[in-house]
Design a protein around this ligand. Sequence first.
Ligand code: CMC
Length: 434
Amino acid sequence: MTDRTATLSFSDGSPAVTFPVIAGTTGPDVVDIRTLYAKTGMFTYDPGFLSTGACASQITFIDGDKGELLYRGYPIEELAVHCDFLDVCYLLLYGELPNAAQQKEFDTRVTNHTMVNEQMQFFMRGFRRDAHPMAVLTGMVGALSAFYPDSMNLHDPMQRDISAIRLIGKLPTLVAMSYKYSMGQPYIYPRNELSYAANFMRMMFATPCADYEVNPVLVRAVDRIFILHADHEQNASTSTVRLCASSGTNPFAAIAAGVACLWGPSHGGANEAALNMLYDIQAQGGVAKIGEFIARVKDKNSNVKLMGFGHRVYKNYDPRARIMQKTTHEVLGELGIKDDPMLDVAMELEKIALTDEYFIEKKLYPNIDFYSGITLKALGFPTTMFTVLFAVARTVGWIAQWKEMIEDPHQKIGRPRQLYTGAPQRDYVAIAKR
Ligand code: CMC
C-alpha cells in the first residue's frame, strides 16, 4: 500500500470514488479497484488485459522498456550463464537458488520421476501418427491426472510438490515419446545419470541401434533454451493455467490448458511460424525477395506479420533474444554450418526490420522465437516440435505460478465480468413465426 490514492470522477455529476494505490517491489504501481463495482455498480473494461494486473506475484519481473527479465530478482543473463535448467526450476518453485545439498537432492528427485506409466504408450497409440505434437501433448498432459490420483489434493503441500516434480520430470519423456511415435521408432526410456537436457536429447535422437552421443555444446544450448523459456510472468498460457486452476481443478488438467494456449501462433507457436515464414521466403527466392515480403508485412490489408518480431511487453530488444542469438551462433559453429540460406534470410530480415521506420516506430524488435527456431532446426528438431520444447521449459513456470496462486490465502476463483452488447430481454418467438 502507498499513501497515494486515485480518484475517479464522472462527467454526469455522480459522486467521485477513491481507490488505494499499491506499489510493488519494482514496476508500475496499481490502482486497487476491487471495490469499484460495490461503490459504483460499474465494471472496468480492458479486453486483452492491456492495463490490468490480474494477480500479485513474486516470481518473474519484466521491464519491457528496459528489455529486462528477472526470475526471483536474478537477471536472465546471469542465470543463463551460471545455472542449469534444474537450478532455475528450483529457483522458480522455491524462491531461492539451491545450495549444493539442495541441488543434489532436487536433481535426484526430478530424475527419479522421468519415467511415465507404461499405460501411456497405449494411450499414445490412439493418436494418428501425423498428429501435431502439441495436440498429442495437450492430451497426454491432461491424461496424467488419470494416473496420479494420489497427488491431487490441492490443500496438501506435499501433494502439490510431488505433482510439480512429476510434471517437470515427465514432460521431456512425453514429448520424446510423441516424436518417436510420429517417426514410427521405438520409444527410448530415460537415463537418470544424464542431465535433464542430455537425457531429453537422447530420448529424442537415440535409437535401439545407435545411442546418442552427448555433445556438451549442443546439450548446453538446449538447456539454455529451457532456461530462457522457463517463465514469463502473466502471459497468455500462464494466465490460462491460473484461471483454469482457480476453480480447484487438478494441476495436470490446468497445465494441459496452458499447453493448449501456448500452441497459438501469437504465443508459443511463433517459433514454428517464424521458421515456416523463413522457409516460405526462401522458397520464393530468398534474400532477393525480402523487400517484397516486408512490403506485405507493412500493408495493413495483407494480414501478414513478421513472425518472431514484436511483443506485448517488450518495447525494446527482448533480452532472451540477445542470449538466444549468441546460442544460435555457438550451435551453428559447433555443427560447422556456415552457409545456411535460411540463416542469411533471417539475418537480412533482422537487419531490415531494425532499420525500417515501420518497425522502429512500433517498437517491434526480434523476440526469442526469431532465433530459437533457427537453433532448434540446426539441432535436428523438426519444426512441429518447436512449440513442444517451449512447453517442456514453461511447465516449471506454470507450476510455480499455480503453486503461488494456491498458496495465496486470498485466492478466489477467477471470474471476469463483461460489457454486454447483445439483445436486451425479449419474448420467445415460435418457430412458425420466425
Ligand atoms: N509484424 C508486423 N506488425 C506487427 C507485428 C509483427 N510481428 N507485431 C505487431 N505489429 C503491429 C500491429 O499490426 C499493430 O499495428 P497498428 O498499431 O498499426 O495496428 C502494432 O504493431 C501493435 O501490435 P499489436 O498486435 O497491437 O500488439 P500486441 O501486444 O497485441 O501483440 C504480439 C503482440 C506478440 C502478439 C505481436 O507482436 C505478434 O503477433 N508478433 C508475431 C508473433 C510472435 O512473434 N509472437 C511471439 C511472442 S514472444 C514469445 C511468447 O512470449 O509467447
